[in-house]
Design a protein around this ligand. Structure first.
Ligand code: GLA
Length: 405
């Protein structure tokens, strides 16, 4: 069983962004021999509800988390070439380089996200010039918390600082989404980059992914906290599941004669069941139901109807597990353990969050009981799977910004 101290050491509480920035500045100076000129930060996100709905023009309900990617930048002391970017990752302890005039979309490595975001900035006429960059991340990698979107958005934000030009934040999210599509080969929706670019302290984002607009909804009940528990598994599978789900949704929409599954209600879908083969029907049922659950959950949350919010979270998980088939046994165990603790034990609701096949669950819990709940779930999880979970609490955090020097 994990003790309180271990959880704290394991980053149960949010790390300070100021400390992270100070560390990044220092590391930049050590690696590049001068002080950085610009620093930018962009957060990861956790999605409260609304999974696999963004690419169906639906609604999602995420929050930016208090875990940031921080990038420091400066001019090389002796530029080897006008178009050269050198980038050091403090996580990998490794330096890579690339050319601004040959960004190589097909080259796949950890700099893909940076190259893709820079490509979008160049498309918009920004001219960063030769750079040294130092990247650090407190967003757990591969945990479904959008570490890649945070890296893209932090890069674009740093280029804003370098070029002295401000991008419209929604356009910044879009250019980062394109980076993910073209440089990382992942045909994602807009949720992750949007949350990182537009996140707001204390607020959830109810994003309408069709109009690409968001309503900011306060999460300000002092009695409710967000707990994220990482299963610490990532089933690689073949990597084809996400694009496959996307295309199944497109096929279903086409067969139903609508532009996107957003345009169908649950009752319309039920009435049209005969027009879809069973698998496509189940996929569509998840998406259509999830969009409705997301809107209901956002209203219930604003009204403080916590039991209903919890019920919708569990229903979302069941639908992702049974109809959309993107959960995995480890995530199911975590959600089951949370459910077993129940409202009396301080758990309002829980579900898998992000793309699926591993990563994290998100739970809403009663404030003051976060550690106890995380420990109890962690103990049950390791007993049943032999794997140690890691957990942390977060409040909705500020989105991407230039860190003033
Ligand atoms: C990944 C994608 C998002 C979204 C989620 C599922 O995180 O990047 O665009 O589709 O999966 O909700």
């Amino acid at each position: 069983m994990t003790s309180n101290t271990e959880l704290a050491q394991d980053g149960f509480l949010s790390p300070s962004l100021d400390d992270q920035v100070a560390g990044v500045r220092q590391r930049y100076t050590e690696v590049f021999g001068a002080r950085p000129e610009w620093v930018a930060a962009a957060p990861g996100r956790v999605n409260l509800i609304g999974e696999h709905t963004d690419y169906n023009a639906g609604f999602v309900f995420p929050l930016a988390i208090e875990r940031y990617v921080v990038i420091a930048g400066g001019r090389p002391l002796t530029p080897a070439a006008e178009d050269r970017v050198q980038v050091h990752s403090s996580l990998l302890g490794e330096t890579a380089e690339f050319s601004l005039t040959r960004l190589e979309p097909q080259r796949r490595d950890w700099t893909s996200y940076l190259r893709g975001a820079i490509a979008g900035c160049l498309d918009r006429g920004m001219a960063p010039g030769p750079l040294n960059l130092l990247v650090d991340s407190k967003v757990p990698l591969g945990g479904g918390l959008s570490s890649s979107a945070a890296l893209e958005v932090a890069t674009a934000t740093l280029i804003e600082a370098v070029s002295g030009r401000t991008l419209d934040p929604v356009d910044k999210a879009r250019l980062c989404q394109k980076a993910e599509h073209e440089y990382a080969g992942m045909p994602c929706g807009i949720m992750d980059q949007f949350s990182s670019a537009l996140g707001a302290e204390g607020k959830l984002l109810l994003i309408d992914c069709r109009s690409e607009t968001a309503e900011l909804i306060p999460l300000d009940d002092p009695d409710v906290a967000v707990l994220v528990i990482n299963s610490n598994v990532k089933h690689e599978l073949t990597g084809s599941e996400y694009p496959e789900r996307r295309s199944q949704c497109e096929q279903a929409a086409k067969l139903l004669g609508v532009a996107a599954l957003r345009d169908v209600s649950s009752s319309q879908l039920e009435a049209a069941e005969g027009r879809l083969e069973p698998l496509l029907y189940r996929r569509a049922r998840h998406v259509v139901g999830e969009i409705e659950r997301t809107l209901r959950a956002s209203r219930a949350l604003q009204a403080g109807e916590w039991p209903l919010v919890g019920e919708l979270m569990y229903a979302s998980h069941a639908s992702l597990r049974d109809d959309y088939e993107v959960s995995c046994p480890e995530l199911d165990v975590l959600v089951e353990l949370a459910h077993d603790i129940g409202a009396d034990g301080g758990v309002i609701g829980a579900r898998m969050t992000g793309g699926g096949f591993g990563g994290c669950i998100v739970a809403l819990v009663r404030s003051g009981r976060e550690r106890e709940i995380a420990e109890q779930i962690g103990a049950g999880y390791s007993a049943r799977t032999g794997i140690e979970a890691t957990a942390f609490v977060t409040k909705p955090a500020r989105g991407a910004h230039i860190v003033e020097s």
